[in-house]
Write a protein that binds this ligand. Structure first.
Ligand code: AMP
Ligand code: ZN
Length: 113
């Protein structure tokens, strides 16, 4: 738990979220400002600032986030989806607790803006 971290507070149940999946290591919930019909965030319960903070010891956890994202997509009934990690403010990161966006339910454009 990192002090004043929004997603740590969500993981701890101190701030409500629209949860779609939970296990011992991760939580997934709907994005409060969805950019697609399906827009969920998968977070580890462990605080990591960003993808750049992932170390060798976190590799299993990082892989688990991807597996959970696939599970969330199945639950939401979508086969085609985009998974996004933003790393750093210049890349659009606004919450500095690592999270994997699961976006789908509409055609996705490439390249992203
Ligand atoms: P990023 O810009 O990659 O850091 O993504 C942060 C995401 O968190 C944004 O898409 C926000 O809409 C979302 N977000 C911020 N606060 C909340 C919240 N309380 N519950 C759910 N999603 C949130
Ligand atoms: Zn945190």
């Amino acid at each position: 738990m990192s002090e004043d971290c929004l997603f740590c507070k969500i993981a701890a149940g101190e701030i409500p979220a629209d949860k779609v999946y939970e296990d011992d290591q991760t939580l997934a919930f709907r994005d409060i400002n969805p950019q697609a019909p399906v827009h969920c965030l998968v977070i580890p319960k462990k605080h990591l600032d960003a993808p750049a903070a992932v170390t060798a010891g976190d590799e299993a956890l990082a892989g688990h986030l991807i597996r959970v994202a696939g599970e969330v997509a199945r639950q939401e009934g979508i086969d085609d989806y985009r998974l996004v990690f933003n790393n750093g403010a210049g890349a659009g990161q606004t919450v500095f607790h690592i999270h994997l966006h699961v976006l789908g339910g509409r055609a996705m454009q490439w390249p992203p803006g």
